[in-house]
Design a protein around this ligand. Structure first.
Ligand code: ADP
Ligand code: ZN
Ligand code: ZN
Length: 679
């Protein structure tokens, strides 16, 4: 047993570079300290938590200067997770300590006191909407897919597959069967879902099928419950982990299968340092342990089509057809609802059926203005307008959370003529209640506001809609998630082009997915149709979504991305410099840019092309910016964007450039963030 442990202290400091050597006393050696063990170590004047990242027989530090750890904590992480953390730190331009914090047990850094935890019973899981526990016989399409997956699992070929199946084609059943095969091989399973709260049904199906061997990790668990689920996985008592992106770090040894459900969802990207993408981490983890990676979606990303081997489920279960989608041109229409939408909703009400109406904007109106002086109420901390939440009586910033009471008059000119512009889900609910609400046709609302007002959250709301005899469900994109209600016969998308107007190369893909996913909730138990209101009826995303033509959409998307040099044909790295004033932010961004230009000139086969985004040849790099972003949370922001054909060297160069710029005294007030392949 080696005498030296190489320990990474769990500090958030960027400047600090471990690991550091510690001498292992006999009792710790006997306790079986290994890579992944957690130790409490003296560090400077403090005692900190550290993770063993390597073992050695000797150290370059002189013997008498070597310190010994104080003690080891009960359960470390599997050794393989340390390697994965190293990969994350390098891939996302972060530090090893921050990457390790992702793989440690929940609350690990807060448990230095070493107080023994009380044993908390594992949380009980209440499934929603789960039906038959008796597995259905697979149909032919499902069988063909499963045979291929079985081959992968038997050969342990670490295959990477994309299950491209239309909505309602029975993808979940395929995941369940593949999971069973992996378990029968004695291996573990990770199932990633976008958001547990929004997709209680898939969790329910796994629990129904596999019972206690399922652990669910999600943010709504109390800390002690989270830890208890983590521990069940670590000790091998639970072998299947279902959860959102962080479940990719589940401490399961010998994982045989990683499922990424609804792989197109942007919630797989983590928005804090390290800005990891759980889909990429899943792929890397699967590669490292020879597991099968299975990503599924009805609307896969262009990236996935390019990278993964595709299998298709082209039909809905029982041969039900996809709903007919009708695009309604709103350019000449004055009211919020098209006359045909009014009619269709009235028909649903008369038939005592169900409808889902999607408007991707919460609140009552988008912004307020003064009719006499023109003042617009905007956020004091961000360059955006405040949104009116009428029932709650306040204006809110949807970027930073700032709130203030709704004004009765203009603070500038004292006029009481305050105009409300646009409509959000709150107002839409009220409107629909007015036209449909009497006679027992309830109108439910699902968005971030209605959910936070309801203690048991989304699941309760979905259950009420499911159990209602008839009614409408109004809401933001939350209504388009993987819900499986058999009796929804009408879907409506309002302002379908709103998402197209974002300045983002993924805007078209998002719009296509939103419409196709909403259509996917409709007609699962019988006939159904979908109305799409838009002022851009010819937009490619909308035309293809209306035709259920995801192949055609993806082909066009790949062509466009290739021509513009966007992912998957390049990698994007975004550096954001933020400061209270715009001048220092700008100066810092210019310094980053200059550093990057310098490394480009200095070699690495990189070419800087100021301000251009021409298609790149392999090994080349383009640097764009600095460009101003809108002020957010009281900070002015400047962005530099790097487009590179090869990811690792570009990440390294950006990391170096940022470290140098950040070290300069004149940039002390500036914070830097690096986002690799931002979403
Ligand atoms: P998807 O995830 O592809 O949208 P689901 O997994 O939600 O589809 O399946 C839709 C419905 O069909 C579910 O209620 C599921 O239980 C049911 N189902 C799946 N496979 C079969 C099958 N082979 N036979 C009968 N019903 C099935
Ligand atoms: Zn005014
Ligand atoms: Zn704000």
């Amino acid at each position: 047993m080696p005498a030296i442990a190489q320990v990474e202290p769990m500090t958030t400091a960027r400047a600090l570079r471990g690991p550091f050597d510690y001498r292992l006393p006999d009792e710790l050696r006997e306790a079986g300290v290994q890579v992944g063990s957690m130790l409490v170590v003296p560090f400077g004047r403090r005692n900190v938590l550290g993770v063993v990242v390597g073992l050695a027989d000797s150290s370059e530090v002189r013997e008498e200067k070597l310190l010994a750890p104080l003690r080891a904590l009960e359960l470390g992480v599997p050794p393989a997770m340390v390697g994965l953390a190293e990969w994350i730190a390098a891939e996302y331009c972060s530090t090893l300590a921050r990457a390790l914090s992702l793989v440690l047990p929940p609350g690990a850094t807060r448990r230095l006191g070493g107080r023994r935890r009380r044993v908390t019973p594992a949380p009980t899981h209440l499934p929603v909407g789960s039906r038959a526990t008796e597995p259905p016989a697979l149909n032919g399409d499902q069988r063909a897919v499963l045979e291929a997956l079985e081959g992968d699992l038997v050969e342990r070929s670490a295959a990477r597959r994309l299950l491209h199946g239309v909505t309602g084609s029975g993808k979940t059943e395929v995941y369940l069967r593949a999971a069973l095969l992996a378990l029968e091989q004695g291996r573990g399973v990770i199932v990633l879902v976008p958001e547990i709260a929004l997709t209680p049904q898939i969790v329910g199906r796994f629990i129904d099928r596999f019972g206690e061997t399922v652990a669910v990790l999600h943010s709504q668990l109390r800390p002690a419950e989270r830890y208890s689920e983590w521990r069940r996985l670590r000790e091998g008592e639970a072998r299947v982990c279902v959860g959102p992106r962080s479940a990719v770090f589940a401490p399961i040894e010998d994982v045989g299968l990683i499922v990424v459900d609804e792989e197109h969802e942007s919630s797989y990207k983590h928005e804090g340092d390290p800005r990891y993408d759980a889909r990429e981490v899943a792929e890397e983890r699967a590669r490292r342990c020879g597991a099968l990676l299975l990503a599924g979606s009805a609307t896969p990303r262009a990236e996935s089509l390019q990278r993964l081997a595709r299998m298709q489920l082209p039909r809905r279960i029982d041969g039900r057809s996809l709903p007919h989608v009708h695009v309604l041109d709103m350019r000449e229409v004055q009211s919020g609802l098209h006359p045909l939408t009014d009619e269709a909703l009235a028909r649903v009400r008369a038939a005592r059926a169900k409808a889902i109406v999607l408007l991707n904007r919460r609140g009552w109106s988008n912004f307020l203005s003064c009719r006499s002086c023109g003042r617009v109420w905007s956020c004091p901390h961000c360059d955006v307008a405040l949104v009116l939440h009428r029932a709650a009586g306040y204006l809110a910033c949807h970027h930073c959370g700032h709130r203030r009471p709704a004004p009765a008059s203009c603070e500038q000119c004292l006029s009481t003529a305050v105009a409300r512009h646009g409509a959000g889900t709150e107002r839409l609910q009220r409107e629909l209640e007015r036209v449909l609400g009497d006679g027992g046709f309830p109108v439910f609302r699902l968005d971030a506001d209605s959910v936070s007002a309801e203690p048991s959250g989304v699941a309760a709301l979905l259950r009420r809609f499911e159990n209602a005899e008839c009614g409408a469900l109004v809401g933001t994109q939350m209504v388009a998630k993987g819900h499986d209600f058999p009796d929804v016969s009408l879907g409506v998308v309002l302002d379908a082009d709103a998402t197209l107007r974002f300045p983002d190369f993924r805007a078209e893909e998002r719009t296509f997915a939103l419409i196709a996913q909403l259509a996917g909730r409709v007609g699962r138990g019988g006939e159904g149709h979908v109305l799409v209101q838009t002022i851009a009826p010819q937009a490619r995303a909308i035309v293809h979504a209306a035709a259920h033509d995801s192949d055609g959409f993806l082909a066009g998307e790949l062509q466009r991305r290739r021509a513009l040099g966007y992912p998957p044909f390049s990698h994007l790295i975004r550096v954001v410099c933020a400061a209270p004033e715009s001048r220092p932010a700008r100066a810092a961004a210019e310094a980053v840019r200059a550093q990057l230009d310098g490394t480009a000139v200095a070699g690495e086969g990189a070419v800087a092309a100021r301000g251009t985004c021409a298609a790149e040849r392999a090994g080349e790099r383009a640097i764009l910016g600095p460009a101003a972003l809108f002020r957010l949370r009281g900070r002015e922001r400047q962005m530099v964007l790097v487009k590179a054909a090869e990811r690792r060297p570009a990440v390294r160069a950006v990391g170096l450039a940022v470290a140098r710029a950040a070290a300069a005294r004149e940039h002390a007030a500036v914070s830097f963030s690096v986002d690799v392949d931002p979403q």
